[in-house]
Ligand binder design. Structure first.
Ligand SMILES: [Zn+2]
Length: 146
């Protein structure tokens, strides 16, 4: 019997339950049919962020950014490249701290860009400052392996 895991759909944010063994078979959302393991980072609101943290069994790598932040813009393509390497075992999210100031304050995000890694409903690592894609991948894998 295969272990079942919960995935939050990156498109409609519906919660899907699938066998862990099927993760590599590009499973689709039961509601909207979008790919559940598409690697593109997902821009989320505070409410969606909380849903992913609470309901997703996938580790989450979150980029806290803002439109006025130069280093954030420079890191965006690096983050996307890292997403392609980390999928399907890690879901990458982006939180615009300008639009979600309360969430940023609640989490104590003091500078941007900041990357934070969530696993099992809690934060396991945080790293302020821009990183290259190889660094993002290495940092994520290292912190998930602990
Ligand atoms: Zn969906």
């Amino acid at each position: 019997m295969s272990e079942m895991i919960h995935l939050v759909c990156p498109s409609c944010h519906g919660v899907n339950r699938i066998p862990a063994a099927r993760l590599g078979d590009s499973p689709n959302c039961g509601k909207c049919r979008s790919s559940l393991t598409d690697s593109s980072p997902v821009e989320v609101s505070a409410a969606d962020f909380n849903k992913f943290v609470q309901r997703s069994d996938m580790p989450l790598l979150v980029d806290f950014w803002a439109p006025w932040c130069g280093p954030c813009k420079m890191m965006a393509p690096m983050f996307e490249a890292a997403a392609a390497q980390l999928a399907p075992s890690v879901r990458l999210l982006k939180v615009n701290t300008e639009e979600n100031q309360q969430l940023g304050a609640q989490l104590g995000i003091r500078s941007i860009p900041t990357l934070a890694l969530f696993k099992g409903g809690r934060e396991v690592a945080r790293q302020p400052g821009a990183m290259e894609s190889a660094q993002i991948v290495a940092w994520t894998r290292q912190n998930l392996a602990r």
